[in-house]
Design a protein around this ligand. Sequence first.
Ligand SMILES: [Zn+2]
Length: 486
Amino acid sequence: MLEAHARHWAKSLLPVYHRLPAPMRHVAVSMRGWPLARLRRSAWAREEAALGARLERDPTAAARCVVERLRAILVHAAATVPWYARAFAEHGFDPVAVEGPDALRRLPILERAALRDAWRDLQSRAIADDDAICTSTSGTTGSGLRVRATPEAYARTWAQQLRHRRWAGIAPDEWRITLFGAEVVSRRADPRRLWVYNVPDRQILLSAYHLAPRWADAYRRRLERRPLAVEGFPSVLRDVAHVIGPARPGRPRARVVFTTGEALTAEARSDIGAAFGARVLDEYGQDEKVGFVLECPAGTYHQVTEYGVLEVVDEAGAPVPPGVEGHLLWTGLVNPAMPLVRYRIGDEGVVVPGGRPCPCGVTYPAVAPTLTRTGDSLRLAGGRRVSPRLLNQLLKECRSFAAAQFVQDGPASVTILAEPAGAGAAAEASALARRLEAQFGGAVHFQSRIVDVIARDPSAKRRLVVVRDGGGADGGGADGGGANGV
Ligand SMILES: [Zn+2]
C-alpha cells in the first residue's frame, strides 16, 4: 500500500510533481500523506501513547510489559520466521519459557550483513507483503537494506514521537515544520515558496535543497512568521543554521527543534539551538523499528522499554556494565512482520549508571547513544550545501554497491567511490554521477570510480563524505553527522 505510493513518488511521479502548479503540489503531497496520517490517528497510536504515558512513570508495570511483549514476539518468530525457527532449535531455546530480557543472551547476535543476506528467511510468513509497508534504508555506507513493517508498527512508532512532543509541551495536532530529505521543491527551481503543505498530517515540508545564501531570507521569513515545532536531520538543520545565522533575541524561529536520524554533535546542537532560538531535543530511532530513545527536557536520553529491548555488548558479544560504551543490540517488540532479535545495528552507546532519578519524573533507563556514524556535507560552488542525508537518499536506489563514498576534490568537483557488491556497480556509479551532475545543473562535475575497498579514517569510521583539504567551497572543518532513516 504505502510502498506503492513511495515508489511511484520516487521513480515516476517526481518529475511530474515538479511541473505541477504550486497549489496542486500541496494537493499531491497531502494525498500522499493521507494514509500515514490516518495510521497516526489510529486506535493503535492512541493506545500506545496512553500505555506509554503510564509506563514511563511506573517501572514495575513497564518491566511486566517488556516480558509480555518479548515472549509474544519470540513465540511469533519461532512459529513464523524460518531463520528463528532454526536458530531457536539449534540453541535449544524455548520462547514460551522466557521470563525476562536475560534469556536473550542464549541466542546469537544478528549482524546487519546477515540480515541483508538472509533477508527472505527473516520475514514472518504470517504477514503477507500486501499487508506490510516496505521501505529501504541506506545506512551510512550506501548499502541498501529493505525493511518490512506492519501498519500497526508504524502507528506504535508514531506514539513515541507524540510522547516526545508531549514532553516538550506540543499538542498532538499542532502544525510542524519538517526538514527531511524529500525533494519537496525542485532543486533546479528558483521558487517563490520553499515549502509545501501536507494537510492531513499538519506538516509543512520545507525544502532542504535551497541551502544557499540567496535563499536565506526566505527561510528566515517562513520560520519567524509563526514559530512551530521543527523536526529534521541534524546535518540538514545544521546546514540551515549556517545559512540563516543566529536568531535575534526575542525572535525565535521554532518552539522546539526535534532532531532525529543521525548523531547530534555538541557543535550541531549549539548551532541549531542558536539559529532557531529554541531548545533542541534529540531522538534516536531506526527504520528497522527496534528501539527508541528520547531526550527529555532535563537532558536525559530515556530508552522506551516497551518498544525494544536494549543490550550493550563488547566486541566479543559479552555484556558490558553501565557506564561502559559498547555496541547496541536491539530486540524489537513492535514489528511482527520482520522481528529482529539481538540485532547489531552498527551504533554504539552506553547505559548511564542508575541511582539518581531524572528530574523529569520519567523512570525509563537512561541511555546515551554515542553514535559513530559520521559525514560532512558537500560544500558546492555558490555556497550550496548538500548533507549526507540527501546523498544517502540517492544511494537508496543503488543495489550493486557494498559501500560508497563522496570525495569532494574541489568546490566544483566530486568523485563517487563505489565498492562493488555485485555486477553492474560501474554502470550504476556512472549513472549516479550523471544524475547528480544534471541535478546540479552541470555546475559541479561528478565522476565515479570503482575501488576494491573504501578506506576508513583513523578512528575506523567510514565516512560517506570526505572533503579534501581546500576542497570545500567555504573551507569549514569536519564534524559528526551521518545516518539512519526514519
Ligand atoms: Zn528525564
